[in-house]
Ligand binder design. Structure first.
Ligand SMILES: NC(=O)c1ccc[n+]([C@@H]2O[C@H](COP(=O)([O-])OP(=O)(O)OC[C@H]3O[C@@H](n4cnc5c(N)ncnc54)[C@H](O)[C@@H]3O)[C@@H](O)[C@H]2O)c1
Length: 265
């Protein structure tokens, strides 16, 4: 029996920022393999369509939608379109997010607010829109993406990212308690240093002067396992939390980091 048989899923940020498989794309593909139908939302429609094409190639069911999840009107449109297509939403994945480096002096108030919109504010918007639907249905599962940066200082100053991703965890716990009586679970996947297309597309430019090999070597050297993880490591953790196998799990955080946060140096 597929692990998500018959489930209807909305994934926000289901594309990928570069060539290959990012966390959102891996979750969409894996969830579809496990019998779910997926609404793949991304501000980059072509990236979402690439995800749905990969799913279709494997015989799965998904559709793509463009949308900026940081806008309330866009969230309304996305949720309405998903309900029109599926008639229900069993699983919501809040995968949109990203980091801009900076400590308290480098980060402008504008950059701070932008990070909060990109990582945290939209999670409020999406859960606010979905929760009444899940309550009416009698249950649902929300999977939020945080980061080990919310737990520890991980080699770069990522103040706004760390603070906003900590907010994702707090918000998720609040929802877990408040909505437990309604059968809605809310959990968090906490990725460590993953080798997703983000590394080549963004991080090399931001943090290593465009030197891709240097940033890869630096990230591989940090976890006790001696390498970064990949998007599938995140997708399998999310799959468990989204599935009925986790029916007694809410307000939890699964750290997927190859032991990175266990280290003191
Ligand atoms: N890759 C890592 O090492 C790592 C580590 C820790 C946490 N994470 C978290 O994992 C999540 C995503 O990882 P990924 O590999 O899928 O990244 P990604 O950047 O490849 O995918 C995110 C997708 O979201 C889309 N997006 C960005 N802003 C949007 C908006 N306003 N509205 C709609 N779509 C938007 C992008 O176009 C992109 O396709 C993020 O929350 C990130 O913070 C990643």
């Amino acid at each position: 029996m597929p692990r998500l048989a018959g489930k209807r899923v909305l994934i926000l940020g289901a594309g990928s920022v570069g060539e290959g498989i990012g966390n959102g794309r891996a979750m969409a593909i894996l969830f579809a393999r496990e019998g779910a139908q997926i609404a793949c939302v991304d501000m980059n429609l072509a990236a979402a369509e690439e995800t749905t094409a990969l799913i279709a190639k494997e015989g799965g069911q998904a559709f793509a939608m463009a949308g900026d999840v940081t806008q309330e009107s866009e969230i309304t449109r996305i949720v309405d379109a998903t309900m029109a297509a599926f008639g229900r939403i069993d699983i919501l994945v809040n995968n949109v997010g990203g980091s801009v480096p900076g400590g308290p002096e480098e980060l402008t108030p504008e950059a701070w607010h932008k990070q909060f919109h990109h990582n945290l504010h939209y999670v409020h918007l999406s859960t606010r829109a979905i929760l009444p639907i899940m309550v009416k249905q009698g249950g649902g599962a929300i999977v939020n993406l945080s980061s080990v940066a919310a737990l520890r200082h991980v080699s770069s100053d990522l103040m706004a990212y760390a603070a906003s991703k900590s907010g994702v965890m707090a918000l998720s716990r609040m929802i877990a308690v408040r909505y437990a009586p309604h059968g809605v679970r809310s959990n968090v996947v906490v990725p460590g240093l993953m080798h997703t297309p983000l590394v080549e597309a963004r991080l090399a430019g931001q943090r290593a002067g465009g030197d891709v090999a240097a940033i890869i070597a630096k990230r591989n050297a940090q976890p006790p396992m001696g390498r970064m993880g990949d998007a599938w490591d995140i997708a399998y953790a999310a799959l468990y939390l989204a599935s009925d196998e986790a029916k007694y799990v809410t307000g939890a955080e699964i750290v997927v980091d190859g032991g990175l946060t266990l280290r003191t140096q």
